[in-house]
Design a protein around this ligand. Structure first.
Ligand code: ME8
Length: 480
């Protein structure tokens, strides 16, 4: 098969609306998908996102809202989808884990793993955090016995009959997998964490809940529901189970946050090994960011809505501001002040100013005709260097490089004072105009990946058939 790419985001919980943390992951995946489409062609890229709906916390949220669960789920899934549409996410498919295409695949895989002898019945006596939807050990909790991520949520004491997945049997195969595929999980630091976790020994995990009210019933025992993580991970595979998409599975690449690495890099590959399905091509676990140095949380009232930011600054600013503020893979911080400063200097003052000045000057001083450049220009080198950042998934690197290129062009414009030069030496000025125009061309190409809403406007300004388009304001900070 020719190269293809299947990029996924996590399926998000719908007990609340998206915040900028979820948007960060989705925008990062979107950027990679846009890059891959330019490289491989549209039809070779499949970008999946969706919602994780079979969770107890969703049932609790519906109850709190006084709405029946199915209606709540439908409304929330629509909200998530609308949010991604509003902020310009180019997903190819949106999967809900309550859809029958997913339920059928979960049944099929559960049965396969059961038939292989890797699922057995036992008793689970221990702790559970509904916030994380995770079984916990006392050592995972804080000193006062609370979940460190959900301190406001009561830890549940469970004593129930469960079905278990023989994860312990996959310790050696998984270690071998990581040894044979050192770049499979990026960044490298995450691989080191997972490998030492694997070396510390694996225990079998509970994969059903006897007491869960909502979820997918086990094919061999409908009185149990499939544990929500066991079901949710399968979504990636479910979405490829149609004729036109089956080939994409072997190109699957998961973009996730670091909080869910163990699920994706221990349990998920073990499930696939057990079911005899090829493992995905790779996983990238990005970092978490705080807001003004503090963890984003509803109780602190510092949760930022992507829609609000987009309404104020526009979609390109939202994506560029989030993705360029810290290295993809590292933790970082977000602050409204830094964001406003970024908008003012890099977008309005940098990119917007350059495009407007160059097109206006060529219109005025060259009658709109772009002079032909005889000397060679570095456009190709620029594009190659840019591609290198995206191949390595260095999203901040790609943005930094983009803005450095803008600065270089603006500097060229200022240093040569081409508007004055044109009056005394038109030939010399023409060379500069042509060069600046080529900068606009290559910047508008790179914008298809980094600033996709502005890219068509940039192309209009670049113009066609040797004629520059009209000037204009790309980033209207007047909306602030
Ligand atoms: O875990 N900074 O869904 P979820 C950066 N349903 N990214 C953040 C973030 C922050 N402060 N907060 C959230 C689930 N994220 C499961 C996934 S997949 C089979 C099932 C992002 O709604 C980050 O990508 O809790 C994280 O992994 C994801 O949101 C968790 O979303």
């Amino acid at each position: 098969m020719n190269p293809a790419t299947f990029l996924t985001t996590p399926v998000y919980y719908v007990n609340d609306v998206p915040h900028i943390g979820h948007s960060y992951c989705t925008l990062a995946t979107d950027t990679l998908a846009r890059y891959e489409r330019l490289k491989l062609g549209k039809e070779k890229v499949f970008f999946l996102t969706g919602t994780d709906e079979n969770s107890q916390k969703t049932v609790d949220a519906a109850e709190k809202a006084g709405i029946d669960t199915a209606t709540y789920l439908k409304d929330m899934a629509t909200k998530w989808r609308n949010c991604w549409d509003t902020i310009g996410i180019s997903y190819n498919d949106f999967i809900r884990t309550t859809e029958s295409r997913h339920v059928e695949t979960v049944h099929e895989l559960f049965q396969k793993i059961y038939d292989k002898g890797d699922i057995y019945k036992g008793t689970y006596k221990g702790l559970y955090c509904t916030g994380c939807e995770t079984f916990k050990k006392t050592s995972d909790l804080s000193e006062d016995g609370r979940c460190t991520d959900h301190p406001n949520q009561e830890i549940q004491q469970l004593d129930e009959t469960n079905y278990f997945f023989r994860l312990s049997a996959y310790q050696e195969p998984l270690l071998k997998w990581f040894e044979d595929n050192p770049g499979w999980l990026q960044p490298k630091s995450r691989t080191n964490e997972i490998v030492s976790f694997l070396k510390s020994g694996l225990e079998d995990v509970s994969v059903s809940r006897e007491t869960a009210e909502f979820g997918i019933s086990l094919p061999m025992d409908p009185s149990h529901k499939v544990y929500v993580w066991f079901d949710a991970l399968i979504n990636y595979y479910s979405a490829t189970r149609t004729d036109s998409r089956e080939d994409f599975w072997q190109s699957a690449y998961h973009i996730i946050g670091k909080d869910i690495t163990r699920f994706h890099c221990v349990i998920w590959p073990a499930m696939l090994m057990s079911a005899g399905i090829e493992l995905p091509k790779g996983v990238f676990a990005h970092g978490f960011f705080t807001v003004n140095g503090t963890k984003m949380s509803k109780s602190l009232g510092n949760v930022i809505s992507p829609i609000a930011l987009s309404e104020q600054y526009g979609n390109d600013a939202l994506r560029a501001g989030l993705l360029s503020s810290f290295e993809f893979g590292n933790d970082g911080d977000f602050s409204a002040d830094n964001f406003a400063e970024f908008y003012r200097t890099k977008l309005a003052g940098g990119v917007g100013n350059l495009f407007n000045r160059v097109t206006v000057l060529i219109t005025k001083l060259c009658d709109g005709q772009v002079p032909v450049l005889e000397t060679s220009f570095e456009a190709k080198t620029i594009k190659d260097e840019f591609d290198g950042f995206l191949e390595r998934k260095q999203l901040k690197g790609a943005y930094d490089f983009y803005f450095a290129t803008v600065d270089k062009a603006n500097q060229r414009l200022n240093e040569t004072e081409v508007w004055k030069l044109a009056k005394v030496d038109k030939d010399a000025a023409d060379i500069i105009f042509a060069e600046l125009h080529q900068y606009l061309e290559v910047l508008s190409e790179m914008a298809e990946v980094l600033l996709p809403e502005s890219a068509p406007k940039m192309k209009d300004m670049v113009g066609t058939d040797g004629k520059v388009g009209p000037g204009g304001i790309l980033f209207n900070s007047g909306k602030e």
